[in-house]
Unconditional design. Structure first.
Length: 418
C-alpha cells in the first residue's frame, strides 16, 4: 500500500476553491432556467405546462443522477465524473435552442443538461472535499462550496437576462453552454487520491466509524433503515419543492404582478447573493449548534417569510425584500444536512448517501416545478402553490426535531456516544 501525502493548508484551500467554482458554474446553469420559460414558450408554442414539465423532469434527473455519479466518484474518483458531467451539461444546454418538440426538450433540458449538472453538484463536490479535509473543517468547507453555487445564481441570473434582452435567448443559452466547459480543467485537481488531512483540533466531533470491509450496498441498507436519515430525506423533499417552484416560476409570478423581467432577474440574483451569507453562516453554525435545530429553524423561517410575502403589496421592493430574506435560507440547508449524513455514517460513502438525500430533494423539486405550471394553467396564478409551500415548510421544521445526532452503531463495532 502506498503512503498518501499529507494535505497542506494551501492545497486544502485550492481544493475548496475549485469545488466552489465548479458548483458556481453548474448551479448558475440550473438556477437560471426560469428566465427561459417564457422565451421558449414564445419561440416553440409548446405551452407553459409542457415546458414546466420538462423543467420538472430536469429537477428529478438532477437528483436521480447524483447518487449514481456519487457511487462512481466513491469508486473511481470525482475528476472523471465532473469531466463527463461538464461535457453532458454543455451538449444538453447547446442543443436546447434547436428543440421544437416536447420530447426534444425533455432530452436536451430534462435529461442531458440536468444529469450533467448533477455530476458536478453537491454530493460529488462535498464528498470529494470531505474525504480530504479534517473533521473540524468539513462543515465550513460545505458552506463555502455551497456559497459558490449561490454566487453562480447571483452572477448568471442578471447576465443571462441581459443577453436575452440584447441578443436573444438562443445566444444566452449558447453562452451558458460554452461557460460550462470551464468545469473540465477545474476538475483536474481532484485526480489524486485523498491525502491524509491535517488535524488542527483534537476535540473535533466524532464521525461514525467505518466498518472494515463494509460494502456500499450494506451501507445503503443500513441507512434506509435509520429513522434519522429518513427524516433528513423528508425535510429535504420540502427544500426541493420550494427551490424548484421559485426557480421555475418566479419570473412568471413577477409578470403576473405587472412588473418587468428585469425585476425577476434581480430577485433571482439577490436570492443567490443573500444565500452566500446564509450558506457560510450555516456552515459556521453547524460547528457550534445542533444541526437538526438549524434545519428546523431554517424551514420554520421559510414559512414565515412566505406568509409575509403574501400579505405584502406586490411591488418591486417587495420582491427584492422577499428574495433577500428567502435567499438567506435558500441552500443553507445543505451544510447541516451533509454534516448530519457524515456524522451518522462517516465519510466513506458520503457522496452516495448525501446523493440519496439530494434525490429526495429533487423529487420534491419535480413536484414544485410541475405543479407550479399546472396551478398556473388551472387557476391563472400561484396562490395554492404558496399555501402548499407554507404547509410543507412547517412540516419540515417539525420532522427534523426527532433526528438523533450520533453515529449509527454498526454490528461488531463499539461506537462512542455522541
Amino acid at each position: 500500500m502506498t503512503t498518501q501525502e499529507t494535505m497542506t493548508p494551501r492545497a486544502a484551500w485550492m481544493l475548496i476553491l475549485a469545488a466552489s467554482t465548479i458548483l458556481m458554474i453548474t448551479m448558475g446553469a440550473r438556477l437560471t432556467t426560469g428566465l427561459f420559460l417564457s422565451p421558449i414558450n414564445t419561440s416553440t408554442g409548446l405551452g407553459i405546462a409542457t415546458i414546466s414539465f420538462a423543467m420538472a423532469v430536469a429537477q428529478l434527473m438532477w437528483g436521480a443522477s447524483q447518487p449514481v455519479f456519487g457511487a462512481i466518484a466513491d469508486k473511481y474518483g470525482p475528476a472523471r465524473v465532473i469531466v463527463i458531467g461538464g461535457v453532458m451539461l454543455a451538449v444538453g444546454t447547446a442543443a436546447t435552442p434547436f428543440m421544437s418538440s416536447e420530447w426534444g426538450l425533455l432530452l436536451s433540458m430534462g435529461i442531458l443538461s440536468a444529469a450533467g449538472a448533477g455530476a458536478g453538484s453537491f454530493s460529488i463536490l462535498i464528498g470529494a472535499t470531505a474525504q480530504r479535509l479534517p473533521a473540524e473543517r468539513r462543515a465550513f468547507a460545505s458552506g463555502f462550496i455551497n456559497a459558490g453555487g449561490s454566487f453562480g445564481q447571483f452572477v448568471f441570473a442578471p447576465l443571462m437576462q441581459a443577453i436575452i434582452a440584447s441578443a436573444g435567448w438562443v445566444i444566452a443559452m449558447l453562452t451558458m453552454a460554452a461557460t460550462t466547459l470551464l468545469t473540465i480543467p477545474l476538475a483536474l485537481g481532484m485526480r489524486k487520491k485523498p491525502a491524509v488531512p491535517l488535524t488542527s483540533s483534537a476535540s473535533a466531533a466524532p464521525a461514525a466509524p467505518v466498518a472494515p470491509g463494509i460494502s456500499l450496498s450494506e451501507q445503503l441498507r443500513q441507512a434506509m433503515r435509520d429513522r434519522s436519515y429518513l427524516c433528513l430525506h423528508l425535510g429535504f423533499f420540502t427544500c426541493g419543492f420550494h427551490i424548484a417552484f421559485l426557480v421555475t416560476h418566479l419570473p412568471q409570478e413577477v409578470a403576473l404582478c405587472g412588473l418587468s423581467a428585469g425585476v425577476s432577474a434581480t430577485a433571482l440574483a439577490l436570492i443567490g447573493l443573500f444565500n452566500i451569507a446564509g450558506s457560510l453562516a450555516a456552515g459556521a453554525l453547524a460547528n457550534r449548534y445542533r444541526m437538526k435545530s438549524l434545519l428546523a429553524f431554517i424551514y420554520g423561517g421559510r414559512a414565515l417569510i412566505i406568509v409575509a410575502y403574501l400579505l405584502a403589496p406586490k411591488t418591486a421592493l417587495t420582491f427584492y425584500l422577499f428574495a433577500g430574506a428567502l435567499g438567506f435560507t435558500w441552500l443553507a440547508t445543505v451544510p447541516p444536512t451533509a454534516g448530519l449524513v457524515g456524522k451518522l455514517f462517516g465519510m466513506r460513502y458520503l457522496a452516495t448517501l448525501f446523493g440519496m438525500t439530494l434525490l429526495s430533494h429533487q423529487i420534491g423539486g419535480f413536484f414544485g416545478a410541475w405543479l407550479g405550471g399546472l396551478s398556473f394553467v388551472r387557476f391563472g396564478d400561484y396562490t395554492w402553490m404558496w399555501y402548499a409551500d407554507i404547509l410543507l415548510a412547517v412540516a419540515a421544521a417539525l420532522i427534523n426535531l426527532p433526528i438523533r445526532e450520533a453515529p449509527v452503531a454498526r454490528p461488531g463495532l463499539a461506537v462512542a456516544k455522541g
